[in-house]
Design a protein around this ligand. Structure first.
Ligand code: DNO
Ligand code: MN
Length: 365
């Protein structure tokens, strides 16, 4: 398991590279050019700048999250070919500086969605919260108004240029079914995967977050069957998964440990975080500790250990604790604590294995 940490850039993050460097066992940043609109080529010079900056701090830049997919690709419009061409050029540029994994997602219009970014918890910390009823009842066009009132928020997947076109995007998706989305994903992968293969890059799609349709928009990657189908679209390691335990964990029927076993070898990147799911479908993002949420984090780490996971791992969103003022979900403290919890579990499993050398992988499940 190779630990990395998401970093939004010098003028876009409260966490510094020096701080990241001091988190035990953390070897690289997970980064993106957040100001380049989806569909445009990432310029080589900008990419090299990040690589140079990170390496000055002893960190690598092998994992990118996300190269966003233009909506025209997801919609299957004729204009998609140009955007796919640009995506290919971005892959080639990233390969030049040694990028190994590109995380992306295939969610129409929205990346992750929450109803409260700073929900107060019993211990005084705050965390990202999703109140299902609030979203279920929302007319998408009402939502456009709400978002426009909060236009000072800049977050991944909620880029201003996307929000500006929300109304027309909702119109465009009106007749797009899940099967259409599968066709469009296949069309994209058919062109991207061979390029990734040639460039030594593994594509890793992130699950839908939350793991169900919202605002009437189709969503296809949120359970085991969906990911099985994704992998079968292209039977190549370059067509892989960013297995996010928090996103998948918000759907209680998902058996994440079984997914880790089934999809081993096709998970170049994992996000590990915990969520507590309520009976009514609401969920809140808790600390990584297994007993704090509904996701069996220690079982997850054991599954990775048992399947000899050598991919990249990052703690995903964290709570906001100790008064830290930071991007929602992306403070230093709770994510650093999460890393230490994950390493603690990992070391304990490896010690256990070392003490019983005859134990075969997977024993004791
Ligand atoms: C949620 C986060 C996501 C993720 C993107 C990847 O779990 O990890 O915001 O960064 O969906 O494209
Ligand atoms: Mn994630």
């Amino acid at each position: 398991m190779r630990m990395v940490f998401r970093w939004f850039g010098e003028n876009n993050d409260t966490v510094t590279l020096d701080q990241i460097r001091q988190i035990p066992g953390t070897e690289g940043i997970v980064w993106a050019l957040h100001d380049v609109p989806a569909g445009e080529v990432w310029p080589l010079e900008r990419i090299q700048e990040i690589r140079d900056l990170a390496s000055k701090h002893g960190l690598h830049t092998e994992v990118v999250e996300s190269v966003n997919v233009h909506e025209d690709i997801k919609l299957g419009l004729p204009t998609r070919d140009q955007y796919i061409e640009n995506y290919i050029r971005t892959i080639e540029n990233l390969a030049q500086i040694g990028v190994k994994v590109i995380c992306y997602n295939f969610m129409p219009v929205f990346d992750w969605a929450r109803t409260d970014l700073f929900k107060e918890m019993e211990d005084g910390s705050t965390a990202l919260f999703f109140e299902k009823e609030k979203i279920d009842g929302v007319d998408p066009f009402e939502l456009v108004k709400i978002i426009n009132q909060n236009s000072d928020l800049t977050m991944p997947g909620w880029e201003p240029e996307r929000l500006a076109h929300l109304t027309s995007l909702f119109e465009a998706y009106r007749d797009v079914t899940e099967e259409d989305l599968w066709d469009n994903l296949k069309y994209f992968l058919d062109r991207i995967v061979p390029v990734a293969e040639k460039n030594g890059i593994l594509m890793a799609v992130h699950p839908d977050d939350p793991p169900f349709a919202i605002f009437g928009l189709p969503r296809i990657l949120n359970d085991q069957a969906g990911f099985r189908r994704l992998l079968s679209l292209h039977d190549s390691p370059a067509n892989g998964i960013t297995l996010c335990t928090g996103s998948l964990g918000a759907k209680p029927s998902n058996d994440i440990i079984s997914m880790i076993h089934e999809f081993q070898g096709r998970i170049p990147f994992t996000h590990i975080r915990n969520v507590r799911v309520m009976d009514n479908g609401d969920f809140i993002e808790t600390s990584h500790k297994t007993s704090d949420g509904t996701v069996d984090i220690s079982g997850v780490v054991k599954a990775y250990y048992d399947t000899d996971f050598t991919g990249y791992c990052r703690p995903d969103h964290g709570r906001h604790i100790w008064g830290e003022q930071c991007r929602p979900g992306y403070g230093l403290y709770d994510r650093a604590l999460g890393i230490m919890y994950l390493w603690g579990l990992w070391d304990a499993y490896s010690r256990q294995q070392a003490q019983s050398p005859n134990a075969s992988a997977g024993e004791g499940n």
